[in-house]
Design a binder for this molecule. Structure first.
Ligand code: MRU
Length: 337
C-alpha cells in the first residue's frame, strides 16, 4: 500500500522521508516550522503541490502564540525552494487566513486551512486524472519524468494521476519512467509508486528516451509542472525540455498535468521563472558510493523550462487547455482595483 506523502497527527506533521525510498518507509516528525523547512530543503518532501501543503502545515506549527510568529514561519518557509509556485501560492493563502482570523489563538484556524489545502489538492488531482485519462487511447504506452505522483501531492498525483485514472477506467497503460538524474526521483519514487499500485512500469535512463521514441509505440509523454507562466511556458524537473523536443521530433503528444495552483498568471513567460540551482554534491555522488573529485566544475539546475509551443495540452482540474493557452488569462481574471 502506498503511504501518504504527509499527514497530521498528535499536533505534528508526519512527512514521508522520500530520501529513504524505495529502501525504507520512514516518517519524519515535524514539531516546528523549522523542521518542515529543513524537510523541504533536503527533499525529504518534494514535488510542487506537496511542498505547498507541507509549508501550509508548517505555518500552523509556527502559529504559537499568534500572528507574528505565523508570519515569521511563512518568511522562513518562503526561502526553502524558489521554483515551485505552489509553495508561494500556499503561503499567500495562509497569509490571507492569518489576516482574517479573529485575535486570540489562531492555531486551529490555520490548521483547518492547511487541512483544506491538502484535501482540495487530492480532489483537484482526481478531476485532472479524469480529464487527462480521456486523452489516452484504450491501450497505450507513455513516458513520464521525475515523480508527479501521489508522493508529490496530496494524493493520486498529477501526471501519475492521469495514468492512475486511465487504469481505473479500464485502459491498459504501460509506463516508461526516466530515472531523472541526479536525484533519481523517477527511479526511486515513480517506479516504486507505480509498482505499489500494480501499474506496468519500466525504468530507463534519461538518455534512452530518444531511442525509445524512435523505436515507435510511445503514445504520449506526460509530466507534471513546478510553475506555468501565463503563456503556457512550463518549468518542470531538469530533462523535461529535452523530452518535449524529442516528442515533437517524433510527433508524440506532450502533456503537462498540473493544478491551477501551479500556474503563475503574473509571469508573462518562462524566462521569468526562477530556476533553483542545487548543490554540486548531487552530481558528484557515484552509483557505487564514491564521489567525483572536489575540483570538478558542476552546473546543477533542478528545473528547466519547456516553451508552450512544444506542449500539446495542459491538463488542469478545470479541463484541458490547448495552445496558445489564452484560456489561462480567463481562468485568472485580473482583480479590479
Ligand atoms: O525537485 P523535485 O523532486 O521537487 O521536482 C519535482 C518535479 O519536478 C515534479 O515533476 C513537479 O513538482 C510536479 S509534482 C506533481
Amino acid at each position: 500500500m502506498l503511504p501518504p506523502a504527509l499527514y497530521w497527527q498528535d499536533n505534528r506533521l508526519f512527512i514521508l522521508d522520500q530520501r529513504m525510498l524505495p529502501g525504507a518507509v520512514m516518517f519524519l516528525q515535524c514539531r516546528t516550522y523549522e523542521d518542515v523547512a529543513v524537510a523541504i530543503e533536503s527533499l525529504a518532501v518534494r514535488g510542487a503541490p506537496a511542498i505547498g501543503i507541507a509549508a501550509a502545515f508548517g505555518i500552523a506549527l509556527g502559529a504559537s502564540p499568534g500572528r507574528d510568529e505565523a508570519r515569521l514561519a511563512a518568511a522562513r518557509l518562503a526561502l526553502t525552494r524558489p521554483t515551485a509556485v505552489n509553495l508561494f501560492w500556499a503561503l499567500a493563502r495562509m497569509e490571507k487566513k492569518i489576516a482574517s482570523l479573529p485575535d486570540g489563538n489562531i492555531f486551529e484556524g490555520l490548521l483547518a486551512e492547511a487541512e483544506a489545502i491538502l484535501e482540495e489538492d487530492a480532489a483537484c488531482n482526481r478531476a485532472m486524472g479524469r480529464a487527462g485519462a480521456a486523452l489516452l487511447p484504450p491501450d497505450c504506452t507513455v513516458i513520464t519524468h521525475c515523480n508527479a505522483g501521489a508522493l508529490a501531492t496530496g494524493g493520486h498525483g498529477t501526471a501519475l494521476g492521469v495514468i492512475r485514472s486511465a487504469r481505473d477506467e479500464g485502459k491498459r497503460v504501460k509506463v516508461f519512467s526516466c530515472e531523472t538524474r541526479p536525484v533519481l526521483q523517477g527511479a526511486r519514487l515513480t517506479v516504486w509508486e507505480l509498482m505499489e499500485d500494480g501499474i506496468d512500469v519500466t525504468l530507463i535512463c534519461d538518455n534512452m528516451a530518444g531511442a525509445l521514441m524512435k523505436k515507435g509505440g510511445i503514445d504520449a509523454v506526460i509530466v507534471g509542472a513546478d510553475r506555468i507562466a501565463a503563456n503556457g511556458d512550463t518549468a518542470n524537473k531538469i530533462g523535461t525540455y529535452s523530452l518535449a523536443v524529442m516528442a515533437a521530433r517524433h510527433n508524440i503528444p506532450f502533456y503537462v498535468a498540473a493544478p491551477l495552483s501551479t500556474i503563475d498568471p503574473g509571469l508573462p513567460s518562462g524566462d521569468c521563472i526562477p530556476i533553483e540551482e542545487r548543490r554540486a554534491e548531487e552530481l558528484k555522488r557515484l552509483p557505487g558510493g564514491g564521489m567525483l573529485p572536489d575540483d570538478y566544475k558542476i552546473w546543477n539546475p533542478a528545473f528547466d523550462v519547456t516553451e508552450a509551443e512544444l506542449i500539446t495540452a495542459i491538463i488542469t482540474e478545470r479541463g484541458v487547455l490547448r495552445p496558445p493557452f489564452d484560456e489561462i488569462n480567463n481562468l485568472f481574471p485580473r482583480e479590479v482595483e
